[in-house]
Ligand binder design. Structure first.
Ligand code: PLP
Length: 394
């Protein structure tokens, strides 16, 4: 059997028409297929490879830690250097109140932990989430995601969830003293890059304070420099009670976290004891990679260039056919009149060796989220391909 047949027949599929590029290796901003064709990755494996593929510091950290020890004990029992150092680094980087990290394996699991923690803190069960949001594919995370089509086949999901509209201040009155948590992406990703109005997150924070509701920021897509700050909440000067991170956190390795205050996190240790547990969460190799990732972002000063690189790319893809560009830093949605047009452009870009991609809940737009260390030259190459694809699809 050839590789494509094995892929199609023996690997579970997620869609009827996978791209099925056969990857041979990946380096920096590029993927290379087995035929030797290079693809400029303008989506970073969907907001994961923020420092590019196989960054040498990540590769070294993984190798070094794998040689020392890999899995030794389920999360939370042994003191492990990489976990400790990573927790300390995050504590240095984050504001007061976000000083205790619980490491998990993925974004969905980080949100599962955050929702459980909010229930445990408040003793309440109602959760408020947002239309068009995406928080993951497990039962709890899917329950608070706002895409009805993706949910219907899997009901019943979690009870007690209300959905409100992003950027609608009036809807905030639905948050009450019954609400355990509000979970929000401070910039909605899969809704097609929806940016909060100037004082929206502040109003949300105030309402949560009034009602004693935990505010959860899901920064799984927006974290680690993507929007021009290390975390998107820094743009709005609003600090959540619980922060969830994953995707780019591990520099290409799988790791997530939910982060809150020490006092809140301690609630997971009793009534019941082991309130949240995971075998592989905080895997030492992944923690070592995550530490190296933070080191690279800081030592290479990557975040400070994100806005200018984003502005350059935006100026180069400007085209009268585009209906709207929504952008924060290097997180883009490019909107057209129709989903059909988007479909054609994405496929034409791939033919030209440039990877863009669709959104889960916004078929009229395509996404761009390149490595934040993409060079200006690579930005020009990507923009030229997009311009050609638009012209050929129109
Ligand atoms: N939250 C947001 C905002 C996401 O974009 C995603 C993934 O796309 C998730 C959560 C789920 O993360 P994971 O796929 O690691 O479970």
């Amino acid at each position: 059997m050839d590789a494509k047949s094995i892929f199609l027949n023996h690997l579970a599929q997620t869609s009827p028409h996978p791209l099925a590029l056969e990857i041979e290796h990946a380096k920096g901003s590029y993927l290379f297929d087995t035929a030797g064709k290079a693809y400029l990755d303008l989506i970073s494996g969907i907001a994961v490879s923020n420092i590019g593929h196989s960054h040498p510091e990540i590769v070294k950290a993984v190798k070094d830690q794998a040689e020392k020890y890999m899995h030794v004990m389920a999360y939370g029992e042994f003191i492990q250097g990489p976990q400790n150092q990573l927790a300390q680094r995050l504590n240095d980087l984050l504001p007061d109140g976000l000083d205790s990290s619980y490491f998990v394996n993925s974004g969905a699991e980080a949100n599962e932990g955050a929702l459980k923690l909010a229930k445990r803190i408040t003793g309440r069960t109602e959760i408020i989430a947002f239309n068009k949001s995406y928080h993951g594919s497990t039962h709890g995370a899917l329950s608070v995601s706002g895409n009805e089509v993706k949910k219907n086949a899997f009901r019943p999901l979690l009870p007690g969830i209300k959905f409100i509209n992003f950027n609608n201040v009036e809807d905030l009155s639905l948050i009450s003293s019954n609400t355990a948590a509000v979970i929000i992406e401070p910039i909605q990703g899969d809704a097609g890059v929806r940016i909060p109005d100037e004082n929206y997150l502040k109003a949300l924070r105030d309402r949560c304070n009034e009602t004693g509701t935990q505010l959860i920021f899901d920064e799984i897509q927006t974290g680690f420099g993507r929007t021009g700050k290390l975390f998107a909440f820094e743009h709005y000067k609003v600090v959540p009670d619980i922060l969830t991170i994953a995707k780019a956190f591990g520099g290409g390795m799988p790791i997530g976290a939910f982060i809150s205050s020490k006092a809140s996190m301690d609630l997971l240790t009793y009534d019941p004891m082991l309130g949240h547990i995971t075998t592989f969460g905080g895997h030492p190799v992944n923690c070592a990679a995550a530490l190296a990732n933070i080191y690279v972002i800081e030592s290479e000063g990557l975040v400070e260039h994100v806005e200018s690189k984003g502005a350059l790319l935006e100026s180069l893809i400007a085209n009268p056919i585009i209906k709207e560009i929504r952008r924060k830093g290097l997180m883009f949605a490019i909107e057209f009149e129709s989903a059909d047009m988007v479909q054609k452009i994405v496929m034409k870009c791939i033919e030209k060796g440039v990877i863009t991609f669709w959104f889960l809940s916004c078929p009229e737009s395509f996404r761009i989220a390149p490595p934040i260390n993409i060079s200006d030259e690579e930005i020009r190459i990507g923009a030229k391909a997009i311009q050609e694809a638009i012209a050929e699809s129109h």
